[in-house]
Design a protein around this ligand. Structure first.
Ligand code: SF4
Length: 589
C-alpha cells in the first residue's frame, strides 16, 4: 500500500533529510512574492493582497526598473528607503548572516516590499544593537515584555530581566514601564540591549497627568525624546477611531489595551478623533528621522474569546491597513499588532485577513490565548494559539508569561514565557518548511536514540532543566531512564535490534560512559523551585551518582553493555532507590 500525502511543495525542513518524515505540508516557498513561507488555505480564507509597499511610494518618487528613484538631493535614512533605492545596508547583510536561508538581496527586496522590517534606530545602532529582522520570509521571532510598574520593580531589576530575556531567546524586548523612573529605565535598557527595544510612548506621555491633558505638543515631544534615546519601535494606537467605539459597548470585557482604553476616553472627553491619527504624518516624520519602526497598535484587540473577531477588532484592522499605507508613503517601516484572545478555529482567518488588509506587512501578535479559564498558565494557553498564528502568517509572537492577567512578571516568569514562545516559533518554522529549521531536532533525536545523555542535554534548549529532571530520579547516565526503567525502555530495545538504524548514528554513540557530575548548584535550584522535593531529598539525589558508578570512565553498573539483563535488573532494584520506590511507567518514548 502506498500513502498519498497532501504535500504542497514546501521543502523538508531538515537539510540532511534525516529519518522517514516526508517533509513539511506547507506551501512551496515564494520568497519575493506575497506568500513567502505560508500554510495551505482552509477554504474561505482571504487571498493575499496584490499590493505591496511599492504601491505606496512617497510623493515625488518614481520606479526605476526593479528599484525606485528619489527626488534630487534626497538622503535615505530608513532601511525601507535604502531598500527602495536598491542599497544593501550593513544591517541587511547582518540579518542575512542570521537567516541563513536568505541572501542579503532577498532581505533588501523583502524590506522594499514592506513584508519585512529591520527595527534598528540609528542611535541604538551606535550602542550594542545586533540587527535582526521581522517578516514571514524569515524565521518567526518572539518578543518579551517587561517594565517597572507603579507597585513593583525598578531600573536594575528591569535590566536584569532584559539580560534574562536575551539569555532565553527574546528576539526583541518591549519596555512597558508605567512606574519608577521611566526615563532612566528606558535609557539603561537601550544601552544594555543587543536586541531591538520597543515602547508604548503613550504611557510616558501621561505619567503624572490626566489622559485628557494629552495634546499635540506632548505627543510629538515624547516621541522625539524616545526616538533620540534609541527606541527601535513604537506602538502607536492610531487605529482606534471614534467610529469603532459603539462596537465596544456590547463586549464582555470592553477595551483591554491600556493605550486603546486611554485614547477612547480622550476621544469621548474631547469629542474629537484619535490624536494619533490626526498627527500621524508628523509622527511619521519623527520616526523616519531615527528609523523607528511602527508597531501599529491593536487598541481594540479582544480581551476574551467572546469578543474575538468582532466589528471593533476588525474595524480597527482595516484602519491599520490604511495607516500602513500612509506610513510607507512617509518612508517608515511598519509592522502591525494583532490579538489577543481568539478561539483556535479563528486564528488562521485572523492571520490571513491581516495579510490581505495590510498588504503583507509583518503581523506581530500577542498570543493569542485560545481559552480564558487557565490564569496562571496563560503562557501555555497562548503558546498554543501562537503556534497556529506563526504557521498561518504571524512574523513575531509577543510572549505571555504565567503572570499574565495576575501581576508583573518576575525573572522566572520571563524565562517561562520566553521558552513557551520559543517552542511556538520553532514549531511554526518547522511546519512551514523553513530550510534547516529541523536540523537540531534531528540531532537531538539521534542523541536520544543512542541514549547519549550528555549530547541529549547539550542539544536541549535548556540543558540545566533537562539534566536536573533526569537526575531527580536517576542521575546515572545509563541506557534507560527512570520514566520506564530498564526492562521497558523501548529506545534501548530498538537500539539493540540489529537491522534498525535507531541509536546507531555516527558520532552519537557513547564510547564510554562518563561519570555524571551529579546535580550542580544551578540544577539543584531548578528542582527546589519546582517545589516537588525538599532540599534534603535533592541533596540526597545529588550525591547518589557516587554510589552507583564505579571508576571514572566506566559504564554505570546497571548499563546493559556492562552486565547481563538480570544483573541490570537486580542492580536497578537494589541500588537505584528512586526506581524501586516509584511505579515505573511503561509509557513509550
Ligand atoms: S524509552 Fe523510557 S526509559 Fe527509555 S529513554 Fe525513553 S523514557 Fe527513558
Amino acid at each position: 500500500m502506498s500513502y498519498i500525502l497532501p504535500l504542497h511543495g514546501a521543502p523538508n525542513p531538515s537539510s540532511q533529510k534525516n529519518g522517514t518524515n516526508p517533509g513539511s505540508f506547507a506551501l512551496k516557498p515564494d520568497i519575493g512574492g506575497p506568500l513567502t513561507f505560508a500554510s495551505p488555505d482552509t477554504p474561505g480564507m482571504p487571498a493575499p493582497s496584490e499590493k505591496t509597499a511599492w504601491d505606496f511610494l512617497p510623493e515625488g518618487w518614481t520606479r526605476d526598473g526593479k528599484f525606485a528613484r528619489a527626488p534630487e538631493g534626497f538622503v535615505p535614512i530608513t532601511q525601507l528607503e535604502h531598500a527602495r533605492l536598491g542599497d544593501i545596508t550593513p544591517e541587511m547583510t547582518k540579518v542575512a548572516a542570521h537567516e541563513v536561508h536568505l541572501t542579503a538581496e532577498q532581505v533588501r527586496d523583502e524590506v522594499a516590499a514592506g513584508r519585512m522590517i529591520i527595527p534598528a534606530n540609528i542611535v541604538h545602532l551606535k550602542h550594542q544593537l545586533e540587527p535582526m529582522c521581522i517578516g514571514r520570509a524569515a524565521k518567526t521571532k518572539i518578543n518579551a515584555n517587561m517594565g517597572a510598574s507603579p507597585v513593583s520593580s525598578g531600573t536594575d531589576e528591569e535590566v536584569e530581566k532584559l539580560k534574562w530575556a536575551e539569555r532565553w531567546g527574546g528576539d526583541t524586548v518591549m519596555d512597558l514601564s508605567t512606574g519608577g523612573d521611566l526615563d532612566a529605565t528606558r535609557k539603561a535598557i537601550i544601552e544594555n540591549s543587543h536586541v531591538p527595544i520597543g515602547t508604548v510612548p503613550i504611557y510616558s506621555m501621561i505619567i503624572g497627568k490626566k489622559i485628557e491633558d494629552l495634546d499635540k505638543t506632548l505627543i510629538l515631544d515624547t516621541l522625539r525624546h524616545q526616538a533620540a534615546q534609541g527606541v527601535d519601535y513604537f506602538t502607536i494606537h492610531a487605529g482606534v477611531l471614534r467610529e469603532h467605539l459603539p462596537f465596544v459597548k456590547k463586549r464582555l470585557i470592553g477595551i483591554v489595551s491600556r493605550g486603546g482604553s486611554l485614547l477612547a476616553k480622550w476621544m469621548l472627553v474631547h469629542n474629537a478623533e484619535n490624536p494619533m491619527v490626526t498627527y500621524f504624518d508628523e509622527i511619521c516624520e519623527i520616526m523616519r528621522q531615527y528609523d523607528v519602526s511602527f508597531s501599529l497598535g491593536d487598541g481594540l484587540r479582544p480581551g476574551g474569546l467572546a469578543d474575538a473577531s468582532d466589528e471593533a477588532q476588525l474595524g480597527e484592522l482595516y484602519a491599520l491597513g490604511k495607516l500602513t499605507e500612509r506610513a510607507w508613503r512617509n518612508g517608515c517601516q511598519v509592522m502591525v499588532e494583532g490579538p489577543g484572545h481568539v478561539p483556535f478555529d479563528q486564528i488562521e482567518y485572523n492571520m490571513k485577513l491581516q495579510r490581505t488588509v495590510c498588504h503583507g506587512a509583518p503581523f506581530y501578535v500577542l498570543g493569542p490565548l485560545v481559552t480564558d479559564i487557565f490564569p496562571g498558565y496563560d503562557h501555555i494557553t497562548s503558546a498554543i494559539g501562537a503556534t497556529a498564528a506563526g504557521f498561518h502568517g504571524a512574523s513575531m509572537l509577543c510572549y505571555v508569561t504565567p503572570k499574565e492577567h495576575l501581576g508583573l512578571p518576575k525573572k522566572d516568569d520571563v524565562k517561562q514565557g520566553c521558552i513557551a514562545y520559543k517552542i511556538a516559533a520553532h514549531a511554526a518554522d518547522v511546519a512551514l518548511g523553513i530550510p534547516g529549521t529541523r536540523d537540531r531536532d534531528d540531532e537531538l533525536t539521534k542523541a536520544r536514540a543512542a541514549l547519549n545523555w550528555e549530547k541529549h542535554f547539550e542539544l536541549s534548549f535548556d540543558p540545566d532543566t533537562a539534566r536536573a529532571y533526569h537526575d531527580e530520579d536517576l542521575d546515572v547516565d545509563t541506557d534507560f531512564c527512570a520514566m520506564c526503567g530498564h526492562d521497558w525502555c523501548s529506545v534501548r530495545i530498538s537500539k539493540e535490534i540489529v537491522e534498525f538504524q535507531s541509536g546507531k548514528a555516527e558520532g552519537f554513540e557513547r564510547e564510554s560512559v562518563v561519570k555524571s557530575a551529579a546535580l550542580t548548584v544551578e540544577q539543584r535550584e531548578i528542582l527546589e523551585k519546582r517545589g516537588v522535593l525538599s532540599p534534603e531529598e535533592i541533596h540526597k539525589l545529588a550525591s547518589k551518582t557516587q554510589r552507583v558508578v564505579s571508576d571514572e570512565g566506566e559504564r554505570a553498573s546497571c548499563h546493559s553493555d556492562y552486565v547481563d539483563s538480570s544483573t541490570a535488573q537486580d542492580i536497578q532494584g537494589e541500588r537505584l532507590v528512586q526506581l524501586r520506590s516509584k511505579n515505573a511507567s511503561p509509557a513509550a518514548e
